[in-house]
Write a protein of this length. Structure first.
Length: 276
């Protein structure tokens, strides 16, 4: 589940910034005082096409303020490099972090935009040597670039996948330690982490993340929560959207049922954490 056009809110959702961060989050802006839960994640956490994403539902169920720090198409890099956001998350009693994909982060083969991590900036000499027949100036997004490389040679692409797995695991482990507060990792996808790692689906988030990569983080995370979603959990309030592109994208995203399930699954974790 991904969405490439950022910078606007199809459902007219208010957006806000928190002091020191250059990122626009879903509003209204909250006061980060007392006990609260920080919800970090990508497009699903932001709730680009839903009126009530899971942080809102979770707050309604528990009464605990749940601050939405979702950023569309977020990779590890955008959170790890935003000191102000890390400070906000560190002040939370608990942090929920939607597991990000491994595509949208800089590595030895290519560079991505520091904030819009899905934006492909440049191939390194190593990637150009690995795929000499590919013109990398044709690509603006990481997923399209990786899709093309998979068509050219899945065997050669395995070297890129190995590098992404290494960088993602190291980056996530560092991020979990940097946040400071206890972190619950949320697998929010209708793709299981147990899917065959030898046939990765780059079109489904969290792209290229395997069970082995997820388990490598268990010692750094407070808990790992996995949802058992299905393709029927996709589709959302597309009829309310004016743009045909937005309507197509919304139908491919996780819908209200998935967000409800996420909130219900996280509720006992919060209850345990905040019990007197």
């Amino acid at each position: 589940m991904y969405y490439e056009k950022t910078g606007h809110s199809p459902l007219g959702v208010e957006q806000c910034r928190y002091d020191g961060s250059r990122l626009l989050f879903r509003g209204p802006r909250r006061t980060l005082e007392g006990d609260f839960v920080a919800c970090l994640g990508g497009t699903e956490t932001f709730g680009k096409f839903v009126s009530q994403p899971y942080p809102d539902l979770l707050e309604g169920m528990t009464g605990m303020p749940c601050v939405n720090f979702g950023w569309p198409n977020a990779g590890v890099d955008v959170f790890a490099k935003d000191r102000a956001l890390l400070d906000c998350a560190g002040r939370a009693r608990l942090c929920v972090l939607q597991v990000p994909g491994a595509l949208n982060m800089s590595n030895m083969f290519y560079r991505v935009h520091s904030r819009r991590n899905d934006r492909f900036l440049q191939a390194t000499d190593a990637l150009r040597a690995l795929f000499p027949e590919v013109d990398f100036t044709e690509f603006s997004f990481t997923r399209h670039m990786m899709g093309r490389l998979q068509e050219v040679s899945a065997d050669r692409l395995s070297h890129v996948r190995q590098e992404l797995a290494r960088v993602w695991t190291a980056g996530m482990s560092s991020l979990l330690r940097e946040i400071g507060s206890p972190v619950v990792l949320l697998w929010l996808s209708d793709r299981s982490p147990d899917a065959d790692p030898e046939t990765p689906d780059i079109w489904e988030d969290p792209a290229l993340v395997t069970r082995e990569m997820l388990e490598a983080l268990r010692c750094d995370a407070h808990r790992i929560v996995e949802l058992k979603l299905t393709p029927s959990d996709r589709g959302t309030e597309a009829a309310r959207l004016r743009s045909p592109q937005d309507r197509r994208a919304a139908r491919a995203m996780l819908g209200r049922n998935a967000h409800q399930h996420a909130a219900e699954t996280l509720m006992p974790v919060l209850s345990e954490m905040f019990e007197p």
